[in-house]
Design a protein around this ligand. Structure first.
Ligand SMILES: Cc1cc2nc3c(=O)[nH]c(=O)nc-3n(C[C@H](O)[C@H](O)[C@H](O)COP(=O)(O)OP(=O)(O)OC[C@H]3O[C@@H](n4cnc5c(N)ncnc54)[C@H](O)[C@@H]3O)c2cc1C
Ligand code: FES
Ligand code: FES
Length: 1398
């Protein structure tokens, strides 16, 4: 066939040549990520979200709406380079490997992070700086981060902009450098160090602005600092291999049709070279179109799952017409296959040449579509086809609609130009329709350059001014999140010379993404507006009509919010030119508005400054061109003690460079053993049902799946056990009855992970509800049916009550009775999902590599399940790609199922959960319902508090019985006077909830703040004053935490709060905030200072230190390296402890220490790496073990010294070996009774909310944490920052939703939004104090104060009364915040204006 190119795809990966066939049996849909991870030795690109799993899953959604989850995390980012032989030029672009089809890479060069450098060949500056700025914790996101930055560096080089940068730096600006990683997710670091690592390359960076690092000390002069920074050299990224250049040159002019004759085999990949060839091809496949896929960038599979496994692909990128761009003074015609990134450049170039602000603003808006690495592949045409055919919530369709664009399409042999509006309205395109090009006209004040369908009631009089704006309200300011609503408005204005009124001559109002088939024009509203003076009453009329027009389809989430956003956007657009602003139109140069200082969700907004002066809108500024920084400033203050060197210094994280350069090995990076199979879970979609049977669907035969493993396969003597805690076991499989949607029912095992996933999703489960009660899906239902886990029998988990509650209430001046707070769940979102590899060994033994926080428990659970002794099971864990509690109990079923499958089949089996399954199965944080009654004096002193705590534990106990304890202990940070509580742990039919970072403590701390705020609101007092009033005194602290008497004496919290208030300049800020709030109608700010008191416990932990013959040291500990820096601290401690034998050389010893992976048959009693104390306890165990060695070696050293004077370490060890000193020691550190500590900390945060969109921006956060004598301040700082940002996620971003059966529906990056670099505080300051023991924890959310300010104004304007207390539901996502500020706040405001005018 003509359009079939060479049957072999040739490309390079990191300079090595690879070939793939485009015919035969190979899967043509293989992604670059699958290829790299399964067919090369490169492990740098990670799978964090992309699954690319075709076929409907088990949720019975209609295919058109099956949401995929690829392209959303950036873990797989690589650089793809292309060589233009004629121009002898190489271009580079980052792409997500999980979306890129490997067979579309002919003659391209791929660079992964390994291609930048390695520890053997020499690391690249990108790797070294990520490591040196402490920007890698678990490291799973780091290779992708490095490649996103590398892409930005190489692209800045390519553009040759800005002259030559100073040596060692790049051409990037600091603002561009930060934005380089805007599409990459990291769950560990809190992004600040990542932003610093990126900015360290920027030509304009001030080194003083960069955070704690290993290169220089604060205070070093700039020249010295620069000299220590690993230098960046232009040209050091992605050299295009010469062999590939030669092949490309020699292929030029080769007759393709000749070379395509591939020995008669059937091609699976076609690249038509013309439109005609495409139609010929389509015609020839007429009988078999359904198994053919037409692609350009293939990024749509990141949005919608494929519903087929395709046999062949047609790649449109080789059709010249689809890539051509033609420009004239009327507009620009862009080929449909042009990537969005290229379109942005074209529009910006044309916008600048023609001074066309519309083009520039469209380009700005497009920069918020997806992420750089998706935009580089995603085509303009692909986006519009998705909008037209799949009801996709496109931004591009909306903005191009408003700009009067048209498209050129070919339907079979007929070619036509149609307006975009008409195209969107046509019946959904099939493969017979080719979108050839998109025409975007220049807009001039006199009109759109092409025939426009804009309303024109005001005659042909030339318009004097042009106004264009685009808007999007989305969970993330810089994109990588689809909007709740997007909009673009274009208007032609004339002004009445005498009255100075503005009048609209034409207007086009486009809205999309709100739960509509496609973007639409609000023509009824346009008709209302055109030809009439723009007054508040006209605007009000238009807003009311718009609200009736922008109505999401039934079932759309946050429907009322989306409608209210439309009103907000229209208001933003027209309000500055309403009559009531009292400015003649010519004073308003209507090119655009200022960028409002909100978090970027609106491109513009009506600032109250506009009310009095229009200066703001004269100042045209395009935000993405501006040098606005994501992170304006940051400060880290740590105290470094050198008494115990190398303990206490901010040493670089062990293995950070390995992580950055992709050499660090995680479970899924371990090469598959011979005959390895892959498993995927079949999970229940019913909350409570008998599982009658599980069968593989009829269509799975073709998939070559091997087997299905269920409870029936558990060997004799084994048990259906999938997890085990001190509270008892839980089943591995829901058998015979499934207890929740998301419970594992079986494992499908197949030759590849992809086939296993597909087969599992097609498995047919036969359920029956016969004789079963209705499931319990809520706390309320559990209470009604008294469905609880028994906590009363475990008294040590129930903290003491204080005083007499009734008496305390009697002393109160005021009381609040039974106020309620509801808290929802949060998903862990570790970047590495649950994974295990099980390898059967001789004599019924099994080695299991598991990504777990508790290998010892995994060993025990697997042994019980298989009915084998524990010594038959070796569980090995080297490092975990993020845990946060989710790889503790919840990792056990995965390891156990993997082992069971391997045991049954007697072949190695590996399981790597796709993100969706992980999100459905692993539960997350506990939802809670809390009722409180509180009594207080008029001065704010609280006299009594009673809490009723209801916790939704899900179907099994897991560790849920400790949650009430943690909650109450955290709540006790204030002196409540008399304190009592009643706690119940509800047993329900939802997926088991487990411990997540700060389990129960996060919620307890939040509820304490909610109570304080409530009291303050009743008293109309400043909440921060009420906080201070109720902080513990030493006496009350001792009463509340009697088991920590020592700490009560060293009670530093009041001084921490004082420091914070002074350093954050609290009073001054408060005044500024008050004045800001008075003068800004649509933005409000709030500031609060939140303290924390945290109790923590040490636990028994083993450590083993072995000195080898050459003097190198191997250390093993019970604790697992999860990214929290455990290995780094342990290494420092081993060097310090053994350093006693080698005075002043402990730093050198550091280099000799290696921490070994955890192995349950080498170090027993490893326990759980949870509760934040494992690093310290592991260090203590290593110190003890090292002391044993020191005691053994000291006499020998003294003998040798006596004989020969000095003795080196190597000599000592050699002699020790000769005389038979045992050079290995193990110790179990067992903490004493006094190992319960209190830690203190506080955070002050200032936030701003946008009342029009509900967007919240954290302007500044100051954190002080008393972490005792830090073993490594850099590591501890990273933990504090990371925990804080994870807390922000819980309180402000992350909605973990389920359907009516309790099945999780927020099941991927598309629907679940963790914080990104653009959502962290703009000023982020952290100080670690050195006076106790380290503890990391999550702090609290501060949006409430700003919302309160907004509500006061809103409610007062409505009723003249003061704003009542409100329940701030968390996560306080944009719709929640806007609802609290009033979904109709615009209309209310306009009404008030109208009444004044009247
Ligand atoms: C993580 C992620 C985030 C995103 N966020 C946003 C966002 O915020 N806003 C937004 O607007 N978009 C967003 N997108 C969508 C993205 O813009 C589209 O996926 C992309 O533009 C599609 O282009 P493509 O070349 O990859 O299309 P493909 O995936 O290759 O094709 C898409 C479909 O269109 C058909 N097709 C493609 N080109 C043509 C043509 N010329 N003629 C006929 N049919 C054709 C194909 O057959 C296919 O069915 C996001 C995508 C991802 C993956
Ligand atoms: S795995 Fe590719 S973007 Fe997440
Ligand atoms: S370091 Fe970024 S996800 Fe762990």
């Amino acid at each position: 066939m003509d359009s079939s190119p060479q049957p072999v795809v040739v490309f390079a990966v990191n300079g090595e040549r690879f070939e793939l066939r485009r015919d035969g049996d190979d899967d043509p849909g293989e992604t670059l990520l699958e290829f790299l991870r399964s067919r090369t030795r490169f492990t740098g690109p990670k799978l964090g979200c992309g699954e690319g799993n075709p076929i409907p899953n088990q949720t019975n959604q209609t295919p058109a709406r099956l949401i995929a989850n690829a392209g959303g995390c950036g873990a797989c980012v690589v650089l793809v380079s292309e060589y233009d032989a004629e121009a002898d030029e190489v271009t580079h672009a980052t792409v997500s490997a999980c979306l890129t089809l490997a067979r579309g890479l002919h003659h391209r060069a791929v660079t992964t992070t390994e291609g930048l450098g390695s520890s053997r060949r020499g690391l690249h500056a990108v790797h070294e700086r990520f490591a040196g700025f402490h920007a890698s914790q678990c490291g799973y996101c780091t290779p992708g981060m490095c490649m996103s930055l590398a892409g930005a560096l190489v692209s800045a080089e390519g553009k040759g902009k800005g002259g030559s940068p100073r040596p060692g730096f790049s051409r990037l600006t600091a603002a561009e450098a930060e934005r380089a990683v805007a599409g990459n997710l990291c769950r560990c670091t809190g992004y600040r160090p990542i932003a610093d690592a990126c900015k360290s390359f920027a030509a304009d960076v001030d080194l003083e602005d960069l955070g704690l690092n290993c290169f220089w000390n604060k205070g070093d002069d700039d020249d010295a600092s620069v000299s220590k920074l690993p230098p960046y050299k232009e040209g050091s990224i992605a050299a295009f291999p010469e062999f590939l250049k030669d092949e490309i040159r020699s292929s030029l002019g080769v007759d393709r049709s000749a070379s395509s004759a591939s020995s008669g085999s059937v091609s699976s990949w076609y690249e038509p070279r013309s439109v005609e060839e495409y139609y010929k091809l389509i015609g020839s496949l007429s009988h078999d179109k359904s198994r053919t896929k037409v692609v350009v960038g293939n990024t749509s599979t990141g949005v919608y799952r494929d519903t087929e496994l395709y046999d062949r692909y047609i790649d449109l990128r080789a059709i010249p017409e689809l890539n051509s761009v033609s420009k004239d003074d009327k507009g620009v015609n862009i080929g449909a296959a042009t990537s969005i990134s290229q379109v942005i450049e074209i529009l910006r170039g044309e916008g600048n040449s023609y001074k066309d602000e519309v083009f520039c603003k469209i380009a700005d808006h497009m920069e918020k579509v997806a992420s750089q690495f998706v935009r580089n592949m995603a085509s303009l045409g692909g986006n519009l086809i998705m909008a037209q055919r799949d009801e996709f919530a496109s931004d591009i369709a909306t903005v191009l609609l408003a700009a009067g664009s048209s498209v050129c399409i070919q339907v079979s042999s007929e070619r036509m130009n149609v307006m975009l509006e008409k195209f969107l309205d046509m019946p959904p395109c099939d493969c017979k329709t080719l979108l050839l090009s998109i025409y975007i006209p220049h807009c001039t004040p006199s009109g759109i350059s092409s025939s426009s369908e804009s309303v024109n009631k005001a005659g042909d009089k030339p318009a004097s001014s042009l106004l264009f704006e685009t808007y999007r309200a989305a969970p993330r300011p810089l994109g990588n999140a689809v909007s709740y609503l997007n909009s673009a408005c274009l208007a032609h204005l004339i002004s009445d010379e005498t009255s100075g009124n503005c009048m609209l001559q034409k207007i086009c109002l486009a809205f999309g993404a709100y739960g509509t088939q496609h973007a639409i024009r609000a023509t009824n509203v346009e008709n209302i507006l055109v030809g009439r003076p723009i007054t508040a009453s006209l605007l009000l009329e238009a807003c009311r009509a718009l609200k009736k027009t922008i109505v999401p389809v039934e079932g759309t989430r946050h429907a009322a919010y989306r409608s209210s956003l439309a009103v907000a956007f229209l208001f933003s657009f027209l309000y500055p030119i309403t009559k009531e602003t009292f400015k003649p139109v010519h004073a308003v140069h209507l090119k655009g508005h200022t960028v409002s200082k909100n978090n970027g969700n609106l491109n513009c907004g009506p600032n109250t400054r506009v009310d009095v002066s229009l200066n703001g809108i004269n100042n045209v500024k395009s935000d993405l061109h501006s040098n606005d920084r994501i992170l304006e400033s940051s400060k880290q203050v740590v105290e470094i003690t050198e008494d115990y060197l190398p303990v206490g210094i901010p040493a670089k994280k062990v293995g950070a460079e390995l992580q950055a350069s992709g050499q660090a090995i995680y479970v899924d990076d371990i090469p598959s053993p011979k005959d390895c199979l892959h498993g995927a879970f079949v999970y229940s979609t019913k909350p409570l049902a008998h599982v009658k049977s599980i069968e593989l669907g009829p269509s799975t035969e073709q998939l070559k799946s091997v087997a299905i493993v269920t409870a029936k396969d558990i060997p004799e003597g084994g048990n259906n056990i999938g997890a085990n805690t001190i509270f008892g076991p839980e089943p591995l499989f829901g058998d015979p009855v499934t207890q929740c949607a998301g419970e594992p029912l079986g494992i499908v095992v197949a030759e590849t992970q992809k086939i296993a996933n597909i087969a599992a999703s097609r498995a047919l489960v036969n359920y029956s509800m016969e004789n079963l009660d209705a499931p319990i899906l809520s706390i309320e239902e559990a209470v009604k049916r008294s469905s609880y886990f028994d906590i009363e029998t475990i008294p040590f988990l129930l903290p003491q009550k204080i005083g007499d509650f009734s008496k305390g209430m009697a002393e109160a001046d005021q009381k609040i009775h039974s106020a309620e707070v509801n808290l929802h769940s949060q998903y862990y979102f570790y970047m590495e999902t649950q994974t295990a590899l099980a390898i059967p060994e001789e004599d019924n033994c099994m080695v299991v590599y598991s990504s777990t926080q508790c290998p010892e428990v995994a060993q025990e659970t697997i042994a019980k399940c298989l009915g084998l002794p524990c010594h038959n099971i070796r569980v090995i864990t080297r490092r975990v790609g993020g845990g946060f509690g989710g790889k503790a109990v919840r990792s056990l079923p995965v390891a156990t199922a993997c082992a069971l499958s391997a045991y049954k089949l007697q072949r190695p089996v590996r399981i790597y959960l796709d993100r969706k399954t992980d999100m459905i199965m692993t539960g997350g944080r506990h939802p809670m319902k809390i009722r409180y009654s509180v009594g207080f004096k008029s001065n704010g002193n609280i006299t009594a508090l009673h809490i009723e705590l209801l916790i939704n534990a899900g179907m099994t106990t897991d560790v849920s019985l400790v949650i009430p304890h943690n909650f109450i202990e955290a709540l006790k940070k204030y002196n409540w006077g008399a304190f009592s509580y009643d706690a119940k742990v509800c047993k329900t039919n939802i997926a088991t909830r487990s411990a997540m970072r700060g389990p129960g403590e996060v919620q307890g701390s939040y509820v304490a703040e909610a109570i304080i705020e409530h009291v303050a609101s009743v008293l109309s007092a400043d909440a921060n004053l009420v906080r201070q009033r109720n902080l513990h005194t030493v006496e009350s602290l001792m009463l509340y935490h009697s088991e920590c008497m020592e700490d009560a004496l060293a009670y530093t919290l009041p001084s921490i709060c004082d420091q914070l208030i002074t350093s954050a300049n609290y009073q001054h800020h408060l005044e500024m905030i008050n004045s800001f709030n008075k003068s800004n109608r649509w933005n409000k700010r709030g500031l609060s200072v939140v303290p924390i008191v945290h109790k923590f416990f040490c636990k028994a932990t083993p450590g083993k230190v072995s000195i080898l013959n050459d003097g190198s040291i191997a250390v093993e500990v019970g604790g697992i390296e999860l990214g929290q820096g455990l290995w780094t601290k342990v290494k420092q401690m081993a060097a310090y402890s053994l350093g006693q034998l080698w005075a002043d050389k402990s730093q050198d010893l550091l280099e000799r220490v290696r921490i070994i992976q955890a192995d349950t048959l080498s170090v027993v009693q490893g326990g759980w790496t949870t509760g934040s104390t494992t690093s310290e306890c592991s260090c203590e165990a290593v110190r003890c073990a090292s002391s044993i060695l020191v005691n053994r070696l000291k006499p020998l050293k003294e003998q040798l010294q006596e004989k020969q004077g000095t003795v080196s370490w190597d000599e000592l060890i050699l002699q020790a070996k000769m005389v038979g000193v045992d050079l290995s020691a193990r110790e179990l550190y067992v903490p004493g009774a006094s190992s319960i500590y209190l830690n203190y900390g506080a955070a002050a945060s200032e936030v701003e909310i946008d009342l029009l969109t509900g967007a919240v921006t954290i302007l500044r956060s100051d954190l002080i944490y008393d972490c005792g004598r830090s073993l490594n301040p850099a590591v501890d700082l990273g933990q504090v920052e990371g925990a804080f940002i994870q807390g922000i996620g819980f309180f402000m971003n992350e909605e973990y939703l389920t359907n009516s059966d309790g099945l999780v529906v927020s099941d991927g990056t598309w629907t679940y939004k963790i914080p990104t670099v653009d959502t962290i505080p703009k000023q982020f300051n952290v100080k670690l104090l050195n006076s106790g023991f380290h503890k990391k924890r999550v702090l609290s959310s501060k949006a409430r104060e700003a919302i309160r300010a907004a509500r006061e104004e809103y409610d007062c304007s409505r009723s003249g009364s003061s704003a009542p207390f409100f329940d701030l539901e968390v996560p306080a996502i944009m719709p929640t915040v806007k609802e609290l500020c009033g979904l109709d706040n615009v209309e209310k405001y306009l009404e008030s204006l109208c009444s004044v005018v009247r």
